[in-house]
Design a protein around this ligand. Structure first.
Ligand code: MLT
Length: 393
């Protein structure tokens, strides 16, 4: 018996687990301190009323012989897929229901999609980046080429024609930097992917936070993307589903490599390894896309955007460089005083009892940077920024 040796190449623990452990240790040693968490991007507002009502109704159905549901379609119930089709249609993006695969969230799909691709493929990953893209490829033993995202390119790296890749990860609005690609920039990526015969894995988990009109919220806003891109989206941040679990992945019919369509391959993978998202959850998810649901989640997003503004305004007052926060729930700042990311993490935790995420945890280009999330409680976010102001030397 041999274990997968690639697992031994991973960091000992996942970034957010390491942070949680450090914070728990601190709390144990300082039980009197009130710690404010602006680290992991986890929502704090409850599910909106439209979702809660629908979930209650679905629970009643499940408790009734006539309306009970057993196994559902692995790729999602038609009622949810048609709600997603309509959501995209509002942005002039035409999707077919069979191109949509409902899942328990973007994180699982981003990892699982790799089943379709040979381990010999080269993967292009921006740095800094959501650690899941890197770790899932390390687990499979793929070779990774990193693409530098930095202050010079506003954390929006563009393709380098000298570099060839088979799989390309893009996340816009970006986690962790909050940067958002413009349409012309995404068009460059689509052209490059087609030229290389590569597939773009586009993470749109934060699309609902785009406020500026004209900024793309889906890769399919770019012509030709249907032939080279898979899009991943999630209701975690859009509608507070981090603890409920529901997302979806779009694999267009036109997407083929080596003359093989990827859509039926993904269907085959999902029907074999996945039994679908619970009916109750899918009913709640469909309510997100209803008129009421949309209005209610918009107001939740506005609440988080107000937090982002508080953070951004405080950093501006303090003369601390930052990006993000306008079309994204994340604010990406340069650690003051020339500190490394982890030094600043410890400094904030010990001096202000505020938790953030060290940029270095997202890759080498994240060193010297730090991420704050706007998903916290409004009063606590205000208090966190008050404390941060107080400790500025
Ligand atoms: C984050 O903080 O980056 C996210 O919450 C992680 C995730 O979505 O899995």
């Amino acid at each position: 018996m041999r274990i997968n040796q690639n697992y031994l190449k991973l960091e000992e623990s996942y970034l957010f687990s390491t942070i949680a452990k450090k914070v728990a240790d601190f709390q144990q040693r300082n039980p009197d301190k009130e710690v404010i968490r602006l680290g992991i991007g986890d929502v704090t507002l409850p599910l909106c009323d439209a979702v809660v009502r629908e979930i209650h109704g679905a629970v009643e159905e499940m408790g009734n012989q006539e309306t009970f549901h057993g196994y559902g379609p692995e790729q999602g119930y038609p009622f949810l897929k048609s709600a997603i089709v309509s959501y995209y249609a509002q942005r002039q993006i035409d999707l077919q229901p069979e191109e949509i695969f409902v899942s328990d969230g973007a994180k699982s799909d981003l990892g699982n999609i790799l089943d379709l691709f040979d381990t010999e493929n080269t993967v292009l990953i921006p740095d800094p980046v959501y650690p899941v893209y890197v770790d899932t490829n390390v687990m499979a033993g793929r070779s990774i080429v990193y693409l530098n995202a930095n202050q010079e390119n506003s954390f929006l790296p563009m393709p380098d024609p000298r570099v060839r890749a088979d799989l390309i990860y893009l996340c816009s609005p970006n986690n962790p930097t909050g940067a958002v690609y413009r349409k012309e920039q995404l068009r460059n990526w689509v052209d490059y992917a087609k030229d290389c015969g590569a597939v773009i894995l586009f993470d749109a988990a934060y699309e609902a936070f785009v406020q500026e009109s004209g900024l793309p919220r889906s890769i399919y806003e770019v012509e030709g993307a249907r032939e080279c891109a898979i899009e991943f989206c999630s209701l975690s941040k859009t509608a507070g589903f981090t603890g409920v679990r529901c997302g979806y992945t779009i694999v267009p019919r036109e997407l083929k490599r080596q003359n093989v369509a990827l859509n039926p391959l993904w269907l085959r993978r999902q029907t074999t390894k996945f039994n679908g998202v619970p009916y109750i959850v899918q009913r709640g998810a469909a309510a997100v896309f209803s008129r009421k649901g949309m209005a209610q989640i918009k107001s939740n997003i506005a609440y988080y955007q107000r937090n982002a503004k508080i953070i951004a305004d405080s950093l501006s007052d303090l003369g601390i460089w930052y990006t993000g926060g306008t079309n994204s729930p994340y604010i990406w700042l340069k650690c003051p005083g020339g500190r490394t990311s982890w030094e600043y993490f410890d400094y904030l935790l010990h001096r202000a009892n505020v938790v953030g995420t060290p940029g270095a945890g997202f890759g080498k280009n994240g060193e010297g940077f730090f991420r704050l999330t706007s998903f916290g409680d409004y009063e606590k976010t205000k208090e966190a920024m008050r404390r941060i102001r107080q400790i500025v030397e």
